[in-house]
Design a protein around this ligand. Sequence first.
Ligand SMILES: *Cc1c(COP(=O)(O)O)cnc(C)c1O
Length: 368
Amino acid sequence: MQVPLLDLKAQYATIREEILQAISDVCESQYFALGPAVTEFEDKIAKYIGSKYAIGVSSGTDALLVSLMAADIKPGDEVITTAFSFFATAGSIFRLGAKPVFVDIERDSYNIDPSCIEEKITEKTRAIIPVHLYGQTAKMKEISKIAKCHKLEIIEDAAQAIGASSNGVSCGNFGNYGCFSFYPTKNLGAFGDGGLVTTNVESIAEKLKSLRDHGQKPRYYYNMIGGNFRLDSIQAAVLLVKLKYLDKWNEKRRQNAAIYDKLFAGSVVQTPKIGKGNICTYHQYTIAVPQRDDLNKFLTGNKVGSAIFYPKPLHLQKCFSELGYSQGDLPVTEKICDEVLSLPIYPELSAEQIEFAAQTVLKFYNNN
Ligand SMILES: *Cc1c(COP(=O)(O)O)cnc(C)c1O
């Protein structure tokens, strides 16, 4: 049996006709940049997320960048975030000349540890970017309290968390900016790059809309400098089709996770721990294990897909060496980077495939 880490063809097969029709409609309209499909998508996804406004942008990375720009993050400003995330979280801060300030994570959730934030706040701190890693909401109640107390902007990196919530509040509504990615492998994936920023503040929505189109408002009049962060019509059309199925797909991911949880119970495998009140989207099903690299090789040899998100923490990346971090600065983050392994979790997996993947993991530990 083969169990790929992800099989986008399996999902495409279930919605092929609808998608091709939607793309064809855009081709007939010859409206490719923003346009009616993007507006319709923004309306529907704002309702889905429960935000007043949703602004389609060119990628998750650009969602973060344009949010930081809208929040007036300037050279020399400090932005608190996690070092256990995809590169874009910190890269977008650095690109604006601001300084990412890395805080350690919680052992259980892999998300930013609220109890480590306050000691990193200085007069230069302007914002916090919590990441809802693997689809689980960060501890937003605690983070919001700190942000409020120190007048910091919250920019959520919800790239892995579309449809996730905590105590009934959907990710993307905890701060003034919620950033999402529609990279093809995300839970809601486009046929190319795409992203979104959500907000509940009208003036911020207007600013984001202007900034995604070079800062113009009205057309050809510029009061601020933005960029080309526009979402394509074709991507919006594809996403409109897929959005209808997102809840079903996320539910299937949770069911798959429950099967793994059961099979790994009582073993050496540390399964994901979901906090009380959290609904997780399981963008990844990530275990923590001893001998992780050997297990990874064993799984590959047995045709079970697996991947390490992420092998090297951001604070130790070469490009950030000028920030002055060294090994030992974020002990939990560094330890976790050596232990995590993500297993196949996509909705179209069969129960047999999940069982095979889990049994192969357990076999490795029984043999070693
Ligand atoms: C995917 C991802 C991004 C970037 O999104 P792109 O659409 O690929 O630019 C940012 N942050 C996290 C946590 C992600 O997983």
